[in-house]
Design a protein around this ligand. Structure first.
Ligand code: NAG
Ligand code: NAG
Ligand code: NAG
Length: 337
C-alpha cells in the first residue's frame, strides 16, 4: 500500500537543501524526416551553474531555444521530479512521492536501486512518455532513467539500461552517449531518455564551488559537444530534437534545525532520511499532536498536515562522510577513462 493519504498520516518533510529552479536548454531543429527525440536529464544542474563553465551547453541554447528556468515539482528530489518530466504530472498525480519505495503498513523501505526495480512504485496509472510512444506505435529507450526499467501499463521500453549503483558511479558520460547514439543508429529508436546523476552526487558531496563539481561540469559539457559530433557523424542530427534539462537545483544550506534535537526518535515510528531535499517522518499515533506542536514552534513551513523542517545536520554529516569515499572512487574511475 502506498502512503498517499495526507489525512491519515502526518509526514514531516525535512528540508536538506533548498532547491532552486533549473534551466532548460533545447535545440529544436526543423525536421525533414522522422522526428526523433532525445531527452538528456542532468541531475542537479541548477539554472545558473553553467553560465561560465559550460560553453557547449550555452552554444546549444543560443543555436536552439532556451527557457530561463523550469520550476520543479514538490518534493524537489530526483525520482519524483524525473517522473514529473516523464509524465507531465505533478507528484500527487503520478504518485511517485519519493526516491525510496516505502510502505507505512509493512514498514518496508527499499534503497534507491531496488526502488528503481519496483514496478509497483512506478506503475501507478500515470503514463511516462516512453509508454505513450509505444501506444503510438513508436519505439523508445531509457538509459538509467528512473522507472525506465520496469513494466508500466504492461509496457517496457524497447531498450533500457537499468539504473544500478555501479553504473551510476562508473559509467562515463561519453560511454552513455555512445550507447544512446547506437540505439538511434542501429535500432532506429524514436525516443530516448538519458539520465545522468553524477553531478548531483558531486554537488551533495563537495558543494557548489568545489573543483570536483567544476570538473564534472566540464566533463558533462565536453560530453554534450561529443553527443552533437556523434549524431552529426551518423547523419542523425538533422532529424533529432534534443531537450537538455534538469530535475532540480542545489543550494548551500544555511541555518540548520537538528530534527533529533527537537523530536525524540522514540516518538516516531517511521522515518526516511534522504540525501536530498526532503525526508519523511511519521510520528507515532499518540505523539502526532505533540510532534506537530514542536514543528509549529520552530521556523518551519507548515503545509496542511505536512511539515517542512531542516534535516538534522548530524545525520547529514554521517551519510556524507560515508558517501565521500564512494564518490571520489567513482570520480577517479571516470576521469581516468
Ligand atoms: C527570461 O530572461 C530574460 C533575460 O534575463 C528576461 O528578459 C525575460 O523576461 C525572462 N523571461 C521570463 C518568462 O521570465
Ligand atoms: C535491478 O535490475 C537490473 C536489471 O534490470 C539489475 O541489473 C540490477 O542488479 C537490479 N538491482 C537490484 C538491486 O536488484
Ligand atoms: C509496445 O510494447 C509491447 C509490450 O512490451 C511490445 O510487444 C510492442 O512491440 C511495443 N511496440 C513497439 C512499437 O515497439
Amino acid at each position: 500500500m502506498r502512503p498517499m493519504s495526507g489525512e491519515e498520516y502526518i509526514h514531516l518533510y525535512i528540508v536538506f537543501l533548498i532547491i532552486l529552479s533549473n534551466d532548460v536548454s533545447c535545440t529544436h531543429q526543423a525536421s525533414s524526416g522522422g522526428d526523433k527525440l532525445l531527452l538528456v536529464l542532468l541531475d542537479g544542474l541548477r539554472y545558473d551553474l553553467f553560465n561560465a563553465d559550460m560553453p557547449n551547453l550555452k552554444q546549444i541554447g543560443i543555436d536552439g531555444v532556451k527557457a530561463n528556468m523550469t520550476i520543479p515539482p514538490f518534493p524537489t528530489i530526483s525520482i519524483p521530479s524525473t517522473y514529473t518530466i516523464a509524465t507531465g504530472l505533478y507528484t500527487e498525480s503520478h504518485g511517485v512521492v519519493n526516491n525510496n519505495y516505502y510502505d507505512l503498513e509493512t514498514g518496508i523501505i527499499l534503497d534507491y536501486e531496488h526502488t528503481c526495480n519496483a514496478s509497483e512504485w512506478f506503475d501507478t496509472g500515470a503514463e511516462p512518455i516512453w509508454v505513450s510512444a509505444n501506444f503510438s506505435g513508436l519505439t523508445s529507450g531509457t538509459y538509467m532513467y528512473p522507472g525506465g526499467s520496469v513494466e508500466i501499463k504492461g509496457v517496457r521500453p524497447n531498450k533500457d539500461v537499468a539504473n544500478t549503483e555501479w553504473r551510476w558511479y562508473n559509467l562515463p558520460f561519453k560511454k552513455r552517449i555512445d550507447d544512446v547514439v547506437t540505439w538511434f543508429r542501429d535500432d532506429d529508436l524514436d525516443l530516448v531518455l538519458l539520465y545522468h546523476a553524477q553531478l548531483d552526487t558531486m554537488l551533495h558531496d563537495t558543494g557548489m564551488e568545489s573543483s570536483e563539481t567544476m570538473d564534472m561540469i566540464s566533463e558533462i559539457d565536453d560530453g554534450l559537444a561529443y553527443l552533437l559530433d556523434e549524431l552529426n557523424e551518423y547523419n542523425l542530427l538533422e532529424d533529432m530534437n534534443i531537450i537538455i534539462t534538469s530535475d532540480h537545483g542545489h543550494t548551500t544550506p544555511g541555518d540548520v534545525i537538528r530534527v533529533w534535537d527537537c523530536i525524540s526518535e522514540n516518538d516516531v515510528d517511521f522515518w526516511i532520511p534522504l540525501n536530498g531535499a526532503v525526508g519523511y517522518l511519521n510520528p507515532k499515533l499518540e505523539k502526532r499532536e505533540e510532534v506537530s506542536k514542536i514543528s509549529k514552534s520552530k521556523p518551519m513551513i507548515i503545509l496542511d498536515v505536512f511539515t517542512l523542517i531542516s534535516l538534522a545536520q548530524a545525520k547529514r554529516s554521517k551519510s556524507l562522510s560515508r558517501t565521500k569515499k564512494t564518490l571520489s572512487t567513482g570520480y577517479e574511475t571516470m576521469s581516468k577513462i
